[in-house]
Design a binder for this molecule. Structure first.
Ligand code: DQA
Length: 151
C-alpha cells in the first residue's frame, strides 16, 4: 500500500535479552533477528515497520501516543507489563489505532500471574504462543486491519 503509515512493533522489558533469555520458553532468536524477519514480512506485504524495544514503561506509553498519528497499527509485546500496566491499557484505549497484543510464549499456558492481561483488555486482539512466528502473524493482522478495505 504505497504511502501507508508504518506498522509500529513495540517491545517491552527483557525482550532485549532474547537469544539467551530462557531459550526453552522464548527460543534462540535474538530481537535483532526477529526484527529482520519482521522487516522482511512487512516488505512482502508492501508495508514498512518501526521496530523498538524499551525496559521503561513510560517510554512504551510515549511510543503508543506517538503511534496515534504516526502508525497504521501497533504490534505490542509488552513483556511483563502486559500483566501489570494500567498505563499501557489506558494508552491503548486513548489512541484509536488497532493494537495487536503479541507474545512469543502462550501466557495462558504458564503461571497464573500471566493469565491476566491488562493490555489484552484494551487491545484489538491477541496472538501468542508461536515463538517468533507470533510477530509475523501479528504483522499480517496489522497490515490487514489497516488496509483501506479491511476484510
Ligand atoms: C512474553 C510473555 C510475558 O508473560 C513475559 O513477561 C515476557 C515475554 C512473551 O513474549 O512470551 O517478558 O511477553
Amino acid at each position: 500500500m504505497p504511502g501507508a503509515k508504518p506498522i509500529y512493533v513495540l517491545n517491552g522489558p527483557n525482550l532485549n535479552l532474547l537469544g539467551t533469555r530462557e531459550p526453552h520458553i522464548y527460543g534462540h532468536l535474538t530481537l535483532a533477528e526477529i526484527e529482520a524477519a519482521c522487516v522482511a514480512r512487512a516488505g512482502q506485504l508492501g508495508r514498512t515497520i518501526v521496530f523498538r524495544q524499551s525496559n521503561v514503561e513510560g517510554e512504551l506509553v510515549n511510543w503508543l501516543q506517538e503511534a496515534r498519528d504516526q502508525a497504521a497499527a501497533v504490534v505490542l509485546n509488552a513483556g511483563a507489563y502486559t500483566h501489570t500496566s494500567v498505563a499501557l491499557h489506558d494508552a491503548i484505549k486513548a489512541i484509536g489505532v488497532p493494537v495487536i497484543e503479541t507474545h512469543l510464549s502462550n501466557p495462558m499456558a504458564r503461571e497464573e500471574f500471566r493469565h491476566v492481561s491488562l493490555v489484552g483488555q484494551a487491545a484489538k486482539g491477541v496472538i501468542a504462543g508461536f515463538g517468533a512466528t507470533s510477530y509475523l502473524l501479528a504483522i499480517e493482522a496489522a497490515a490487514l486491519l489497516s488496509q483501506e478495505s479491511p476484510p
